[in-house]
Design a protein around this ligand. Sequence first.
Ligand code: EPZ
Length: 440
Amino acid sequence: MDAFVIEGGQRLRGRLRVNGSKNSALPIMAGVLLTDQPVTLRDVPDLSDIRNMVRLLGELGVAIGRETDTEGRPVFCIQTIDERASHARYDIVRTMRASVCVLGPMLARRGRARVSLPGGCAIGQRPVDIHLRGLQALGARISLEDGDIVAEVPGGRLTGATVFLGGANGSTVLGTANVMSAATLARGTTVIECAACEPEIVDLASMLNAMGARIEGAGSPRLTIRGVESLSGVDHTVIPDRIEAGTFMCAAGITDGDLTLDNCPLDALMAATTTLDAIGVSVEPIGSGDDPMRRTCRVRRSGPLKSAPITTQPHPGFPTDLQAQFMALLCVAEGNSVITEKIFPERFLHVAELQRMGASLNRQGATAVVTGVGSLHGARVMASDLRASAGLVLAGLAAEGTTTVNRVYHIDRGYESLEDRISSVGGSVRRVKPEPAPIG
Ligand code: EPZ
């Protein structure tokens, strides 16, 4: 397993382009199962999760070709050529929980689906009960066999219904994606209450509508979906990754750097940029720019770093996927910050690793108190999940000395060539192969 070796203390200066969003691309790729017409997807990032989705779709009868556009960006040409398969196997699902988003599209189009039940993961239990509840409300018959969700649609076509998709921690993003996608081909009208409002749901809805679906209300907690007979092909560009953008913003702040970010989805980052402002990191849009999801902005400190309270919430609240990166930033800010995790209350695996770098952190249940220290020091640390790993890389960039982040395959799931991109703006991050085990 590769590791990153980071020499801390370099200020990041220069320009980075924010890539297409992983969490948008994954349900969008699954949505391709809703049609047998050709689909073109642009700006899909080159990540291991995306490669796993390509593998999964391949097993489900979807042909995917990869080209590059005139600017060298990836273009996926996708078409379903065989609709007989319906099994998303454990081997793939266990590597990527987002595999569950093929469930709704397969049920809607093929009338049946067998998807391995995703297990727990490093950030918590992550049940899919609400996905199943929503699909059952549309008429799917669902059982659990040998660890697989086995679902079928009596009569072959789902039926619209009014469904409530709220849970103990609010709405569900992939649950909304699953039920919304399934409802596009249902007979009659579906109303989803307590739908996730995340920009990735808006992106999925806008692609489905361009394919002929009739979805209203995307971005609000109430979605109305009028079912249609079939969906056509589409040419769609995935929105930029708000979490990657937020991570780069924290990188500029923690290194006292000066980064210009292109293709930045500022409109989706209000909670993060408002918090950065309170911490002492300014995010300044450059030029007028027509599209608030694709702006250019300059990120640098506006003064000494200060403490700030953070509570993660469903969008438009502060995103859980930026909690670890902001914790790293607050570790070197003046004063005490209270961070409360309301989406995944166990998502604190980075705490113990940051402590190894000299951070002063005190966790009680779903809350961590960060007491700013003057500086962190390099250490050997272990990546545990994608965003925790990103937090450790940020800490390493700011730390005195050398930090080795082990198990960076977690980072490769969600950040494309992170070491090269950080190095291109002056950071020192090297990927190293694991040392061979001693013989004998
Ligand atoms: C998506 O996961 C993202 N993944 C996650 O990003 C992100 O952290 C999460 O949304 C929250 O924003 C993708 O988009 C691929 P949820 P998802 O269903 O949809 C509970 C990253 O780092 N819940 O919105 O699986 C659940 O336990 C990843 O890029 C149920 O109780 O998350 C949690 O407390 C990690 N029952 C809350 O809802 C269900 O059936 C929100 O989870 C579903 C969810």
